[in-house]
Design a binder for this molecule. Structure first.
Ligand SMILES: [Mn+2]
Length: 313
């Protein structure tokens, strides 16, 4: 059973508009696509999200972490909804929204399986900055650093807010040895040092292909002893020619065929593995940058492949 949860929040991203992502994915046919696979789907609607206060432009400057209070409010509600879903033994599919909200779902999963969770971050970006190393102050580039419980690396308001954020995530930190990435191609210098052996970059995909590179990561997750895998999928991992509807586009991403092969192989290999997928985020879909909802459509097709859709059925 799958439960869909929308997180229409975009105040910690680079460009506003991904608040429209959940409905773009719904209107692209997410629920029927899963039901066609004979999966029972419940759409729980959206989590609470305060976008009031006439925020129509990203703040250019701020003292601390951008729109912090609104993030915490939204993340708390999303954590509760994902937690209820996990307690009902369903697989949560969280529709973003910017990538900062991945902290909420993953921390709910960590609370329930603190010894057994690994995370696969499928993204052009590593998202492992701290307030001290971020060049933008956008929390959507920091969720893994927060889940790891890294120190803020700064002082003042941003430090205090970071401490509050770590507290809200709870005491179960995600281990860096249980975190892996796929499709990376745009990292800050501080991030390059943090990702190391468990990252598949576009360079590796060019050299060895999707099949060998994803097999290596799944073997790595199995060797880590993890029993559950949270998949966090940022649509910007796809090439912007194919998926232009995102505020964080980076050229040189996965092609349509590579993206689908990745989803199909993940499904196939997890079916054969002791490691099971416990939850999924699909984030950073921004219809304001899209053409004809193509990005949401390709994301829905990707999700269907991840849940087992094949050409021959
Ligand atoms: Mn990204």
């Amino acid at each position: 059973m799958v439960q869909v949860i929308g997180a229409p929040f975009d105040l910690c991203g680079l460009r506003l508009g991904s608040r429209l992502g959940p409905d773009a994915l719904r209107l692209a046919g997410l629920v029927p696509a899963l039901e066609a696979l004979e999966i029972s789907v419940l759409d729980r609607g959206n989590c609470r999200s305060d976008l009031s206060g006439k925020i129509t432009e990203p703040e250019v400057r701020c003292d601390g972490l951008r729109n912090f209070d609104r993030l915490v409010d939204c993340a708390d509600d999303l954590r509760r909804m994902v937690g209820e879903c996990l307690d009902e033994s369903a697989v949560p599919v969280v529709l973003g929204g910017d990538h900062s909200l991945a902290m909420a779902g993953i921390s709910a999963a960590l609370e329930r399986m603190p010894e057994d969770l690994a995370v696969l971050w499928i993204d052009a970006h590593a998202d492992v900055n701290t307030p001290g190393t971020s060049q933008t102050g956008n929390v959507h580039g920091m969720p893994l650093a927060a889940l790891w419980g890294l120190p803020s690396g700064t002082s003042g308001l941003a430090h205090e807010q970071w401490e509050q954020l770590l507290h809200s995530i709870g005491r179960n930190a995600l281990s860096p040895n249980r975190t892996c990435w796929y499709g990376l191609r745009d990292l800050d210098p501080a991030e390059q040092k943090r990702v190391r052996a468990s990252a598949v970059t576009m360079h590796e995909i060019d050299r060895v292909g999707v099949e060998q590179s994803i097999s290596r990561l799944i073997q790595w997750v199995e060797a880590s002893g993890a029993k559950g895998l949270w998949v966090s999928f940022d649509v910007d991992v796809l090439d912007p020619i194919l998926a232009p509807g995102t505020g964080t586009a980076v050229r040189g991403g996965l092609t349509y065929r590579e993206g689908h092969l990745l989803a199909e192989l993940l499904h196939e290999q997890l079916q054969a593995s002791e490691v099971k997928m416990v939850g999924l985020d699909v984030v950073e879909t921004n219809p304001l940058f899209d053409r004809n909802n193509e990005t949401a459509k390709v994301a829905v097709e990707w999700i269907a492949s991840l849940f087992g859709k094949t050409i021959l059925g």
